[in-house]
Write a protein that binds this ligand. Structure first.
Ligand SMILES: Cc1cc2nc3c(=O)[nH]c(=O)nc-3n(C[C@H](O)[C@H](O)[C@H](O)COP(=O)(O)OP(=O)(O)OC[C@H]3O[C@@H](n4cnc5c(N)ncnc54)[C@H](O)[C@@H]3O)c2cc1C
Length: 493
């Protein structure tokens, strides 16, 4: 008999689960809390960048929307091995070995990209942010190579089109409130719609309805008081409902409850992401080129090694580092030499910045900052730069400072080319890392590690995939990998 599957949420993870359940021959109903114009969750806000294992250009070509792009013949894509993906994740595990979920993410990453491509979801090389040009070639760095054609909006639109082409039905303005159970098995959900509350029964339910990053109360509960003041980069709809509904029926909360992806954002950005703001503007509030300069806090001091690694490996942690500074803000400082390397977001019409022809003049314009200490920090930094090493942003160039209590390990240039520019930044939370525990079938586990019959989960609300940090582009891949597994499992109950 045809199985009935309910999928909650309509972002990347939910849509992958939906497509996968449809492949099993199930009847699939997707419930989305937001109206149609705001559906697609955080996935729509993304750049669509996806991290996955690959060993050659040939493995990339079948994924591309335009494999005949003339740039491809003079591009060095490099390779990204399972070992390197593992090392990158382990780098944020605080000494813990790779979790089961991380191993699944790595091992299924390429196969899942091929599966997406087979479902008309195609990708483009990320020339604008992941390459530097050197000797007439585009050189990719940081293991992150492709983004969905049309970025996050293109990804969700392509997945939704495929979901509907295969027969999936989506209902907007339908908020899942509670899981219905019978003898410990999940048999459906209660939901709230503009026409009132009602129950829908199913053979299986897949939770793909995001983390709790947009819920200040849950942020305070799991992450601490200061997270109440964080800005939210994405959808206002991810209030942790999936995690709450599942834990109410005995599911285990798992992973690092205080862990999250949070990045430096323009201090004056809106408090939430908002799809009414044009897509390009939403993206442009981000400010992640700190590796080309330094960051100063209110005391006028540096507080992180801005060049400790490629920015893919630091940007998701540096939002937290900024939030932890006095009054939760910082200023990013650059000089003219590196201006052409700053991402387009620094040239955004609404970007907040100040500029001056001298460092002395600049520090007086840094609102909220101790100017005397700021100048002393910049001068000490300038004196500590190793000028014998050549600056090269395509590699970890080891052009560092020497002798500071907090050195900058790579890309340390002296501030000597006016005008000097400074950008005020704060913390924007992207998504949370703690969530539900699932097994290798993406079945949600209870407090005794036993699967809760009929309940599966995927995407942001799965805990144990990321702990203390995140190699950029892994969130969408995780959603696709676990979404595909969850949908297949739900379609076979
Ligand atoms: C600005 C930004 C840029 C990003 N860039 C990237 C990137 O380039 N690469 C990358 O890998 N990751 C990126 N991320 C992270 C990425 O967005 C997430 O990892 C991923 O999109 C999560 O997908 P998801 O399907 O789990 O959740 P979402 O896409 O957030 O979908 C959850 C859905 O559930 C719905 N929902 C919530 N509660 C309910 C309820 N009770 N009932 C019904 N529906 C409900 C929400 O409305 C939403 O539509 C970015 C995030 C942001 C905010």
């Amino acid at each position: 008999m045809q199985k009935k599957v309910i999928i909650i949420g309509s972002g990347n993870a939910a849509l992958c689960a939906g497509i996968s359940a449809l492949e099993q021959g199930a009847e699939v109903l997707m419930l989305e809390k937001a109206p149609e114009a705001q559906a697609g969750g955080n996935s729509r806000y993304t750049a669509g960048a996806m991290r996955f294992v690959y060993h050659s250009n040939d493995e990339l070509l079948p994924l591309l929307s335009n494999p005949d792009d003339e740039r491809i013949s003079h591009t060095e894509f490099g390779i990204y091995t399972a070992e390197k993906f593992g090392e990158d994740l382990m780098g944020f595990n605080d000494g813990q070995p790779l979790s089961l979920h991380q191993k699944i993410l790595i091992n299924k990453s390429y196969d899942t990209m091929r599966w997406l491509a087979s479902h008309n979801v195609k990708f483009d090389p990320i020339y604008s942010r992941q390459t530097f040009e050197k000797d007439g070639k585009y050189i990719f760095w940081g293991g992150l190579t492709l983004e969905a054609n049309g970025e996050g909006v293109g990804l969700v639109d392509a997945e939704l089109a495929e979901f509907q082409r295969l027969g999936g039905i989506i209902q907007y303005e339908c908020e899942a409130l509670e899981l219905l159970t019978e003898n410990g098995k999940v048999i459906g959900v209660t939901c709230d719609t503009p026409h009132g509350e009602y129950e829908i029964e199913a053979d299986a339910v897949v939770l793909g309805c995001g983390g709790f990053e947009a819920n200040p109360e849950l942020r305070k509960k799991y992450m601490g008081e200061n997270w109440v003041q964080s800005k939210v980069r994405g959808t206002p709809h991810n209030m942790g409902a999936g995690i709450e509904m599942a834990t109410q029926i005995g599911a285990q909360f798992y992973g690092n409850p205080g862990g999250c992806h949070a990045v430096p954002m323009d201090l004056n950005m809106p408090n939430y992401g908002n799809l009414d703001i044009p897509y390009i503007d939403r993206k442009n509030y981000r400010k992640i080129c700190y590796f080309l300069g330094v960051m100063l806090n209110a005391n006028g001091e540096r507080f992180v090694d801005e060049g400790i690694n490629f920015r893919n490996y630091t940007y998701a942690q540096f939002g937290r580092a900024i939030l932890n500074q006095p009054n939760g803000f910082a200023w990013q400082i650059f000089d003219k030499k590196v201006e052409h390397l700053l991402y387009g977001e620094y040239r955004f019409w609404d970007a907040s910045f100040v500029e001056a022809d001298t460092l002395e003049g600049l520090v007086t314009k840094l609102e909220g900052v101790n100017p005397k200490q700021a100048l002393a920090t910049l001068q000490a930094y300038n004196s500590a730069v190793d000028t014998s090493v050549k600056f090269d942003p395509t590699i970890l160039d080891r052009k560092s400072t020497k002798g500071l209590s907090l050195n900058k390990t790579n890309w340390a240039n002296t501030f000597d080319s006016p005008p000097f520019k400074a950008y005020p930044v704060t913390c924007g939370i992207t998504f949370t890392y703690g969530g539900l525990k699932v097994d290798e079938r993406a079945a949600v586990l209870d407090g005794n590690d036993a699967p809760i019959e009929g309940l599966f989960a995927c995407g942001e609300l799965v805990g144990g995939v990321f702990y203390h940090g995140y190699p950029g582009g892994s969130g969408l891949t995780s959603g696709a990998v676990f979404g595909r597994i969850a949908g297949a499992s739900a379609g076979q109950v």
